[in-house]
Design a protein around this ligand. Sequence first.
Ligand code: ADP
Length: 646
Amino acid sequence: MSAREEARDPEAPAVEVVRPEDQFAHLVANVQDYAIFLLDPQGIVRSWNSGAQRLKGYASDEVLGRHFSIFYSQADVDRHWPEQELEIASQVGRFETEGWRFRKDGSRFWASVTITPERSEDGALEGFLKITRDLTERRRAEQSLKESEERFRLLIEGVRDYAIFALTPEGRVATWNTGAERIKGYKAEEVLGKPFSIFYTPEAIARGKPEWMLQAALEHGSVEDEDWRVRKDGRQFWANVTLTALRDEQGQLRGFAKITRDLTERRRIDQLQQADRFKNEFLALLAHELRNPLAPIRSAVQVLSRQSPANHEIAQAQEIAERQIRHMARLLDDLLDVARISQGKLEIRREALDVCEIARRAVAAELPFIEERGLEMSVHLPGEPLGVDADPVRLQQILVNLLNNAAKYTDPGGRIALSVRSEGRDAVVRVRDTGIGIDPAMASRLFEPFVQVERREKRSVGGVGLGLAVVKRLVELHQGSVHVFSAGLGRGSEFVVRLPQVPIGGAVRETRPSAGVRASGRAKRILVADDNVDAADGLKLLLALSGDEVRVAYDGVSAFSVAREFQPEIALLDVGMPRMDGYEIARRLREDPQTRHMILIAVTGWGQADDRRRSKEAGFDYHLVKPVDPAALERLLETIRAKDAV
Ligand code: ADP
């Protein structure tokens, strides 16, 4: 007997000489964990132990002599359940049940009840022994275990992306979840009990793979595998499989858990990505290797043309070769860029710069081609610098590509407009043309590499469909976006580039003077004279971009009169004009004190030493060869302005 019980019952005698029945009765009376009591044949309570008091809350004097139905709910009493329990016990020899019972205070507990009839030696019923145990705690534990097992089962069964199932120790399918059904194609009833080798390919079975998988799981606890597996319909899928041996606490093998994932799609994507990587590496290498010989070819062409100066055919052939070399270099550059960008190898060097300045350079670079195509170009720039954080070379490339496309896909006589604007937090550049337009269905695909719109009439504009892919990727590298709008075929197109706007500090403008600043400080009056109207207008536009005030003349006589009236600081004179050629104009201007200080630039198709000498003799300060390279012209004007500023 424990110390606690001694303390609770100090009267309780120590082991005493008592009769065994008394000793037993005493023991029973003190049992705490069981309610043990006797009923007479009618169900009247005849004895009551401490356990009964503890469990049911009644003291013995409250229940002794009362019918045991007081422990039952009214509903049970109404259906005479207490009597029936006694009836069954007396007939069968024992009644056992589990169910809710009530304490005196009305609270309930989950009881395990045993009722045993007591009979005299002649078999007459003397009463019943009723033992009740409080199983509330155990029931709660069991219940929560059951619930958690149920939750877990439902969870596993419901998983769709993984086939999760159990195998018996012999390797037969023992459970099946939704994912298994989805991935392997079998329903549970078709597969339970089947050997798991049905999921393997015939070759794997021939090699004994299912068996060694089980063996490996047994030896190492778990084994992982990636290989082909077979669905019910015979199709194969690329699977990642983990097989784990399940052992009980004694280490006895209870079976295996198998988790299978279908990686077919991922494997396909991996393979595609790898192929794409190889393709990009190959393209980059190819473009690089093909571009290398171009520079020596170009020099060779120039050397050849020098061998026979003033030969018109050779000069023309040289021009063609040069143009084609430039075209090819450009294609290869695009190819190299696409490959590099895809490989994440293209680096951009960003700085805060004025997008208007870059737009001017892009227009200047494309103007000769735009003119060659017989197109009218207009440019709208805001009055002040608009800052973006960009790589100047790449930003110019973006705009040049868009202008180049506009020129390629617009028929002669059409118009191209470039505008720069600040919209909200963005700097927005729009390149609009009146050209052949774009089918809206194609619009979003144009930015993919190698995509070109198929046309009935083949245009000999050249290109492989990389320009816009480069544009899009470059714009994205600048955290910007590019979109195309077109009202449809034949109705022109508009490409819109948006870049986040950034403030540009004074430092930027000081170190890299923009045209805006030049316009206010050192802008020039310039005369452009050329009988080729397009060429004259092109140059005018180019110069106007820099903020200069420009007049044009389309023949020698008017050139001379404009020069005298307008008093330009610089005159760009085409040498071969009707009515009065450039040399003549130069000579006359030099003679007149009013005009003799003008800076005169000869523009001619001929760049040989002889030609240069002739123009110098006529009074020209500089000599430019047609078609005028906008960059060269810009450099020349910079030089003139710099001299002027000193
Ligand atoms: P490419 O010009 O070398 O074919 P791009 O990637 O620059 O390649 O352009 C892809 C296609 O988009 C072109 O082939 C053309 O069909 C269409 N496209 C691009 N710019 C324009 C435009 N301004 N107007 C009409 N179609 C255009």
